[in-house]
Design a protein around this ligand. Structure first.
Ligand SMILES: [Zn+2]
Length: 412
């Protein structure tokens, strides 16, 4: 680490990569991905190995009642709150080797590098592995960091069920990760999360580090358009009340807005017609709309335009119901954490740019309770939530070097 007072602290790229590849075997799929959904046997094995490595590194482990794992490296003054960093070890059913895992095992590498250099920070350091970030098996996503920050209650989490009817609380007990610690009782001085970008911006610009300023605002909408079912061959176009045609006009407005406004995004992920016959004009169309933008005012503008379009269809004679099923306002991370990440990237000579996260992360909820920042590294072709998700050993090391440098500064 050039130009840094702690220049004798070295991230071991080979050790970091070896840990990532060894851990990736747990739930590893033939196509190179990972299937390690929350609270499965694979999740348990992944947690066990991480805890073993933490103990080997001399870290003290504490687990809370929602299964979050905290591994602590003491500082010179252990009355002070720790500088925390981490992410998640669970994956999507067809997940990759780095989403979340880089942040956890990168955090462990920070601890190992400090051990090698025999360096003691003033504040303790803590690496966190949050339970059920992906939410694939037990929606919603970012569940346990949400319980930690007070967004959800522990009872709410425990009573969630998967598609087979298994309770979250029972599954957590079955894998042996119901800890003693009261959720949210442990406070952090600050929190950092290293993560793959999961998008193409850094790679397209050949930039090594993303200084994450925040997370874009997003909302999910469920719409139902009801018209009139009739014969596809005999009903003239002007006399139809075609629910699909109305849905199409509303959807077109969403796409037009998103294409016209910089950084806006619109996604129609689900669309279902009834009665679903090729020669019957559908009487009902259900669809979802996901609208995003880094600024809340613009994001809300997208929602308003969509609702204006539904109002026009209602006037024509369609019956339309709309429900906002999820909303997450735009978030700006702590300016101090953002500035430290940028400064460390500059000092270490990495190319970097400010970036807004397109996806949610545990850092979103943790930022409710302590100063928080995030570091992105590029991933190949911007692909994530996919078995082919890929980064290079050098990209992994770069991200962990920034994490180390930022953590040391925060801990002094
Ligand atoms: Zn993730």
């Amino acid at each position: 680490m050039k130009d840094h007072p702690m220049s004798n602290i070295k991230i071991d790229e080979a050790r970091l990569w070896d840990s990532l590849m060894t851990h990736a075997k747990i739930g590893g799929t033939p196509d190179g991905g990972i299937c390690r959904q929350a609270l499965t046997d694979e999740d348990r094995a992944g947690r066990d190995l991480f805890c073993q490595w933490c103990r080997d590194a001399g870290l003290e482990i504490s687990i809370d009642k929602v299964g979050n794992i905290f591994a602590i490296r003491p500082g010179l003054d252990n009355t002070l709150d720790p500088v925390a960093f981490g992410s998640h070890l669970d994956t999507q059913p067809t997940g990759g080797k780095f989403d979340g895992i880089l942040g956890v095992l990168g955090g462990l590498e920070v601890m190992r590098a400090l051990n090698d250099a025999n360096y003691q920070t003033r504040r303790p350091l803590l690496v966190a592995s949050w339970t059920n970030e992906e939410g694939g098996r037990f929606p919603p996503a970012m569940l346990a960091s949400g319980v930690y920050s007070g967004k959800f209650s522990l009872d709410y989490a425990n009573d969630l069920t998967d598609s087979e009817g298994v309770r979250f609380g029972d599954a957590l007990k079955d894998i042996g990760y119901v800890g003693e610690e009261t959720v949210g009782e442990r406070t952090f001085h600050s929190y950092l999360e290293l993560h793959v970008e999961q998008g193409p911006v850094l790679e397209d610009e050949s930039t090594e580090i993303g200084v994450v300023n925040g997370v874009q605002g997003m909302s999910w909408h469920k719409l139902t358009v009801k018209g009139r079912e009739s014969h596809a061959g005999t009903t003239p176009m002007p006399s139809r009340l075609d629910a699909m045609a109305a849905a199409n006009r509303i959807i077109s407005v969403c796409y037009e807005q998103a294409n016209a406004i910089v950084d806006a995004k619109a996604t129609i992920g689900i669309i279902e017609a009834q009665p679903a016959s090729p020669n019957v004009i559908p009487h009902t169309v259900n669809f979802t709309v996901d609208l995003r933008h880094p600024q809340d005012t613009v994001q809300q503008g997208l929602v308003r335009k969509m609702l204006d379009a539904t109002a026009i269809e209602s006037e024509i004679g369609f019956t339309i119901s709309h429900e906002e099923v999820f909303r997450s306002p735009a978030l700006h991370f702590d300016q101090g954490c953002i500035d430290i990440v940028r400064k460390v990237a500059t000092d270490l000579g990495y190319s970097h740019r400010d970036i807004v996260s397109g996806a949610g992360h545990d850092a979103v909820y943790v930022s409710d309770v302590c100063p928080t920042g995030m570091i992105f590294v590029p991933c190949e072709d911007g692909i994530s939530h996919n078995s082919i998700e890929s980064i290079t050993p050098a990209q992994a090391r770069a991200g962990v070097e920034i994490l180390l440098g930022a953590a040391i500064r925060l801990a002094e």
